[in-house]
Design a protein around this ligand. Structure first.
Ligand code: C2E
Ligand code: MG
Ligand code: MG
Length: 753
């Protein structure tokens, strides 16, 4: 059995002990009441016996006194001849026999006041009861009754003598004195007195018997009363002991006094769970013991609840990953800062900061490491700012910095500091990461007067910083707003641009610097916007990349270019290859190589006729994955070139591992090639680097014969530019190629450029 079960059984035992002792106390109380009732009854018995004694004495006295009264009335009548005495005599007898009502409140001497001045007094309502009946009902014993009956009968016998004596004087006439004399003698002689004594003797005997019996009864009852009194006292003591035992058991059960228990329960009821309930040793299993356990549990629960509500408060205001304030708290802080700045005429800066290409890190290293990076960035940002400033995580890789009392100069300083600190290497897991960020700055009051307006301005400025090449900051300018509106217009228009046929391709031919032959064409996307007119891909490609529409558009370009080249080939045009620009977003697509093969197959074009251009920065963003994708594509027979070479930061180590066949020298180096020594040196270096790696070179943006001459003289393999041809629509390109073919046939040995 477990300890809990044992404890429970013990508790039940304790409880039943208490209940048992309480029950015993109750039984004793009942017995006490019964004994007391018995005692009272015994006392009453004594009283009743005494009362009976008194009553029977009274009745016996009545019998005696009635006899005395009859004697006196008869004697008076005999001596005086007054009829009133005769009447009195009859009345006494009539009342004693129950023929006349007994006077009220007779008290045993009812014959005396019967006639006062010859009139009956207060007999109305009296009882018609003979004395013998009354005696019979008085509760005396049979022998006693017989004594009184004998006395009564003897008294009746005496009345006969009295009647005879009175009859002697009833009739007036002669010899009255003698008759009176005789009658008087009859009432005084020995016979009369003997008869009188015959009445008194049984009455006296009755008194004796009655006294003895009553005394016996009283003695008996007194003994019982004494006994019951003792029992009552004993029971009283037992009840007290039982109650005392119950109280002790109750205290053991409670573990303290009821007052203590009440006080503790009241405290718990009021929600005070902190104060410990101390219990005496060995009182663990008592009400106080359980209360103490309950208090401890409630205290723990209370602590847990407090912790949970603190966590909830933390969650409501802070970002769970970085611990930085969230948008809700930012709103509070900005409101406070704005009202303070408004009152004191101060300015403040709100900055939007977004990590550059954070998505790549998440995609390649996983969200777990991405999160770790965000935490480190958050720490750096916090350490850069002052105590009174706020860094908030706005969501994803976007942070908002609120700098109070800061103008444009101060904000620029902060932004520079943040940029340089954020760009330092991060150790995330086993990786060494370099991450940059872009910052947009809005200043109160010029760029907005609420979190909403300042956020919009800072966000717009940040977007500009991104567009301008990232890893930089921009202040909000009013014209940015119009640019944003244009961006929005582009975004909306892009959705249906393909479907509405507003997009088309131009093809710019590329030619060999060795033999002037067309080596291929580059497909360049064009959008003829219905409201804004022809748009440069430089403007709308980033918008399409941001909105994700580049995937659909890029696929359309690939399909169209492949089909076009196949059509030209079938039409007999000598165009060996078409180059298609790949966006960074497309390049990250996991199924890019498969999709390219499918499109080539669909168009019926040989993979070697397709060249994919990838800018240097995209290739170097994640070189390991670029190497893999290029490997895959080159295995499928597709050729790859690096576009805008020289503008990014190529690692030579990676460069030699990339499966490319051609580097495209950026037009910025070609532009001033005739005059700028540095550009010439760079172009020479690129050409010699490509050679040593086994890659071809093509120069972009060739506009003049001098540029062409320099390039040819320095070993560049191909060129592309207005000097040879501007980008042309498909039919224009076809005409251009045909005319070139004709020229070549007409003068095969003449070099044109
Ligand atoms: P890019 O790949 O470097 O393309 C060459 C750009 O230089 C083209 O501008 C072309 O018109 C221009 N160009 C050619 N010859 C000359 C010249 O002699 N002088 C000057 N100043 N410029 C010359 P465009 O067509 O405006 O394209 C700009 C960029 O847009 C391209 O640069 C490419 O990165 C991107 N782009 C174009 N089409 C597509 C496309 O279909 N998909 C993707 N993802 N990007 C594209
Ligand atoms: Mg290109
Ligand atoms: Mg280029």
């Amino acid at each position: 059995m477990s300890t809990g079960q044992t404890g429970g059984a013990r508790e039940r035992g304790k409880r039943s002990e208490f209940t048992r002792s309480l029950r015993i106390a109750l039984v004793l109380v009942v017995a006490l009441i019964a004994a007391f009732a018995l005692y009272v009854e015994t006392e009453r018995r004594i009283d009743r016996a005494n009362e009976r004694l008194h009553l029977s004495h009274q009745l016996a006295d009545q019998l005696r006194m009635s006899s005395e009264d009859l004697t006196r009335a008869a004697r008076s009548y005999v001596q005086t001849g007054e009829t009133i005495y005769r009447q009195q005599f009859d009345d006494i007898l009539a009342i004693r026999e129950g023929r006349e009502p007994r006077p009220v409140n007779d008290h045993g001497s009812y014959w005396e006041p019967v006639t006062v001045e010859g009139k009956p007094v207060q007999t109305d309502g009296g009882r018609h009861e003979s004395l013998l009946e009354l005696i019979g009902r008085s509760g005396i014993s049979e022998p006693e009754y017989r004594q009184l009956e004998l006395a009564k009968n003897n008294s009746d016998a005496l009345t006969r003598i009295e009647y005879a004596a009175m009859a002697l004087v009833d009739t007036p006439g002669p010899n009255m004195p003698e008759r009176r004399q005789t009658a008087s003698q009859m009432l005084h002689d020995g016979v009369y007195r003997q008869a009188k004594a015959d009445i008194m003797r049984p009455i006296a005997s009755f008194h004796d018997q009655m006294d003895q019996r009553t005394r016996r009864e009283v003695t008996e009852a007194t003994q019982i009363a004494t006994l019951t009194r003792l029992v009552v006292m004993g029971l009283g003591v037992a009840v007290l002991l039982a109650l005392w035992g119950s109280v002790r058991k109750l205290r053991t059960l409670l573990g303290g006094t009821p007052d203590e228990v009440h006080a503790h329960i009241a405290r718990l009821g009021q929600g005070n769970f902190r104060e410990e309930i101390k219990i005496e040793p060995g009182r663990k299993n008592s009400v106080l013991g359980w209360l103490s356990q309950t208090q401890q549990q409630l205290h723990q629960l209370d602590l847990g609840r407090r912790e949970a509500s603190a966590q909830l408060a933390q969650l409501a205001d802070f970002d769970p990953l970085t611990g930085l304030p969230n948008r809700r708290l930012l709103q509070d802080r900005v409101d406070t800062a704005l009202s303070h700045a408004g009152r004191h005429g101060e300015s403040l800066a709100l900055m939007f900061l977004d990590l550059d290409r954070f998505k790549n890190i998440n995609d390649t290293l996983g969200h777990h490491l991405g999160d770790e990076l965000l935490v480190q960035v958050a720490q750096r940002l916090k350490s850069t700012l002052r105590e009174e400033d706020t860094v908030c995580r706005h969501g994803g890789d976007e942070f908002v910095l609120l700098c109070r009392g800061t103008d444009a100069n101060g904000a620029a300083q902060v932004a520079r500091k943040v940029l340089s600190l954020a760009a330092e290497h991060y150790r995330v897991g086993s990786h060494d990461l370099a991450v940059t960020c872009s910052i947009g700055i809005a200043i109160y009051p010029s760029d907005g007067n609420s979190l909403e307006t300042l956020s919009m301005s800072a966000d717009t400025a940040m977007y500009r910083a991104k567009q301008a090449g990232r890893n930089d900051f921009r202040f909000f300018k009013a014209e940015m707003q119009t640019q944003s509106a244009r961006t929005l217009q582009l975004e909306n228009g892009l959705r249906r641009a393909l479907e509405l046929g507003q997009m088309y391709l131009e093809y710019q031919p590329q030619c060999s610097l060795h033999n002037d032959e067309i080596t291929g064409v580059e497909a360049l996307l064009r959008w003829n916007h219905p409201a804004l007119g022809p748009l440069s891909p430089v403007e709308f490609i980033p918008v399409a990349e941001d909105s994700g529409q580049i995937l659909e558009i890029g696929e359309w370009v690939l399909r169209t270019a492949c089909r076009q080249l196949r059509a030209w080939q079938l039409a007999g045009l000598a165009i060996p290859r078409v180059a298609v620009n790949l966006s960074a977003v497309q390049f990250r697509l996991a199924n890019l190589p498969e999709r390219v093969s499918e499109l080539l197959e669909e168009a019926g074009l040989s993979p070697s006729c397709l060249e994919l251009e990838l800018t240097e920065s995209v290739a170097m963003e994640n070189p390991e994955s670029a190497i893999q994708v290029m490997e895959n594509l080159s295995l499928r027979g597709v050729q790859m070139s690096i576009d805008d070479f020289g503008t990014g930061y190529s690692s030579l180590n990676y460069l030699k591992r990339l499966r490319v066949y051609k580097l495209k020298i950026d037009k910025s180096f070609v532009q001033d090639i005739a005059s700028d020594q540095d550009d010439r040196a760079i172009v020479r270096a690129i050409v010699s680097l490509a050679r040593s790696l086994g890659y071809l070179t093509i120069a972009e943006g060739v506009e003049t014969p001098a540029q062409q001459a320099f390039l040819r003289d320095n070993g560049c393999d191909e060129m592309q530019g207005y000097y040879y041809s501007k980008p042309l629509r498909a039919d224009g390109l076809e005409a251009f190629v045909r005319s070139r073919q004709l020229d070549t046939r007409a003068a095969p040995d003449r070099a044109k450029f």
